[in-house]
Design a protein around this ligand. Structure first.
Ligand code: FE2
Ligand code: FE2
Length: 272
C-alpha cells in the first residue's frame, strides 16, 4: 500500500541520520509532486508526531550561550558558520514535515501541502549544500557543537498552527532573509565560491518559504475572520521570547508578503 503523506512525514521525523533523513525527504517530495502532476492525490492520512524529531548522536547540542563563538574572519569561523547553517537547515527539514504531520485537524486546501512539501524538499537540499561545503573544508555536520534551542518554537506552538506560521516562517525564516546577504559577503571576501553559490541558492529559495508562511497565515486569518496584523503581533508576543532585531531586509520581506507594520512594532518590544 502506498504510504500516506503523513506516513512519509513520520518516517522523515523518526529517521535520525541526517543524510538518510534528507534523502527520504527529497524522495517523498518527488513522490508527492509526481502524484499531484498525474492527478492522483496521495491520501493525507493521520499521524501523531513525536514532540522532538530523531537526531544523530553528533553534533552535541548545547545551550546557546555555551556554543563557542568563533571569529567569522577566520577559516575556523567560516566552518563554524557553515556548520550552524547546516544545523538550521536540518531543523527546518523537520519543522516542515512536523507541520504536515501535526496539524491534521486543520482543513487546508491541497495547495498548502504542495507548499510545505516543496519547502521540506528545499530545506533538504540546503542541508546537503552546507554538508558538501563542510566536507570541502575537511569538516562535516556533527564535527562541532550546535544550538539546542532550535526546536523550542516548535514545542511552544505544537497546538497552534497560526502561532507556528507566525513564529517559524514569518519570524525565523524571515530573519534568514535579513542576515544571509551579510553571510554571502563574508564568503565572497574569503573567495569561497562554493559557499557563495550554495548560500545564493538558499537565499533565493527562502523568500518562497516566507511567502508560503504569509500566504497561509493570511488564509487562516480570512477563514477565522481575524485582522492579520494584530493577530500576528499577539501570536509573536505569546510564542517568541525576544524582540525582533533590525536591520530588516524590507525588499525581500515585501516580496514574501510581509508588510513593515508586521515587524516594526515588535522591535524593542521587551514586555515579554
Ligand atoms: Fe533553508
Ligand atoms: Fe526555509
Amino acid at each position: 500500500m502506498t504510504p500516506t503523506l503523513r506516513d512519509m512525514a513520520m518516517t522523515v521525523l523518526t529517521t535520525a541520520d541526517p543524510i538518510e533523513k534528507t534523502a527520504l525527504s527529497r524522495e517523498y517530495a518527488q513522490v508527492w509532486r509526481d502524484a499531484r502532476a498525474a492527478g492522483r492525490d496521495i491520501p493525507l492520512g493521520t499521524a501523531q508526531p513525536p514532540d522532538y524529531p530523531a537526531r544523530p548522536s553528533q553534533p552535541e547540542l548545547l545551550p546557546p550561550r555555551d556554543v563557542p563563538m568563533r571569529k567569522p574572519g577566520t577559516p575556523e569561523g567560516r566552518i563554524a558558520m557553515l556548520h550552524a547553517i547546516a544545523h538550521i537547515e536540518l531543523n527546518a527539514v523537520d519543522l516542515h514535515w512536523d507541520v504536515i504531520a501535526r496539524f491534521g485537524d486543520v482543513d487546508f486546501p491541497m495547495g498548502f501541502y504542495d507548499d510545505w512539501v516543496q519547502a521540506a524538499d528545499d530545506e533538504s537540499k540546503h542541508f546537503s549544500l552546507m554538508e558538501a561545503c563542510l566536507r570541502g573544508h575537511g569538516s562535516h555536520y556533527g564535527a562541532l557543537p550546535a544550538h539546542a534551542g532550535m526546536w523550542v518554537s516548535a514545542v511552544d506552538t505544537k497546538d497552534d498552527i497560526m502561532g507556528r506560521l507566525a513564529v517559524v516562517p514569518m519570524v525565523l525564516e524571515a530573519r534568514g532573509l535579513d542576515v544571509t546577504p551579510g553571510m554571502i559577503g563574508l564568503f565572497k571576501q574569503a573567495k569561497d565560491a562554493d559557499a557563495v553559490a550554495a548560500l545564493e541558492v538558499i537565499y533565493a529559495e527562502e523568500v518562497a518559504h516566507v511567502a508560503y508562511g504569509s500566504r497561509w497565515f493570511h488564509f487562516l486569518c480570512g477563514r477565522n475572520n481575524l485582522d492579520p496584523t494584530p493577530t500576528f503581533h499577539a501570536l509573536v508576543r505569546k510564542y517568541f521570547h525576544a524582540a525582533l532585531k533590525p536591520p530588516f531586509n524590507e525588499e525581500k520581506r515585501a516580496e514574501a508578503g510581509i508588510a513593515p507594520d508586521f515587524y516594526w512594532p515588535l522591535v524593542e518590544d521587551t514586555a515579554r
